[in-house]
Design a binder for this molecule. Structure first.
Ligand code: CTP
Length: 153
């Protein structure tokens, strides 16, 4: 029997943690379906994205480990999606451990370890910190450092 894998996520500012997760899911099965959270659903979840849904969905759909992208529009659609797409394995990162165990009457539920040290939230925090840096101050610091370096040579 073919293994049909299903996962959901926002995939904002697509990063290596997302890629590693999708790669591992593909290695475990035959077909990978990804539910990408719409902007409206993210609003309900209280998540604000930088990249709009159409672009996040297009990026995820272009990943070679992904066979199909569907919109994730509500918390309740999972059971319907599992039946509609003949899903055999429901897979999420382990930040969701235990949260979807009730789906195990329909298919296997698996939680995979997250890639350490990266998340969309961290990238957004870094961006914010970078935009707060005063470029004049930074240039001044670089000038001072170059002078020190010249004196050392
Ligand atoms: N994921 C992962 N490793 C990471 C980041 C995310 O395996 N370092 C997984 C999540 O566990 C989830 C999927 O990728 O199953 C989509 O996660 P998403 O919430 O879109 O990404 P995050 O980077 O966790 O976003 P945020 O910081 O907004 O929570």
């Amino acid at each position: 029997m073919k293994k049909v894998m299903l996962t959901y996520g926002t995939f904002d500012m697509f990063h290596i943690g997302h890629l590693e997760l999708l790669k591992r899911i593909k290695a475990m099965g035959d077909r990978v379906i990804v539910g990408v959270s719409t902007d409206e659903f993210n609003h309900i979840k209280g998540k604000k994205t930088i990249i709009p849904y159409s672009q996040r969905a297009e990026i995820v759909a272009s990943i070679k480990y992904v066979d199909r992208v569907i919109p994730e529009e509500s918390w309740e659609q999972k059971r319907e999606d599992i039946k509609r797409y003949g899903v055999t394995h429901f897979v999420m990162g382990d930040d969701w451990r235990g949260k979807f165990d009730e789906l195990s009457d329909l298919c296997e539920v698996i939680y995979l370890p997250r890639t350490k040290g990266i998340s969309s939230t961290e990238l957004k925090t870094t961006l914010k910190a970078l935009s707060a840096i005063d470029l004049n101050e930074l240039n001044h610091a670089i000038e001072i450092l170059s002078r020190i370096k010249e004196n050392l040579e």
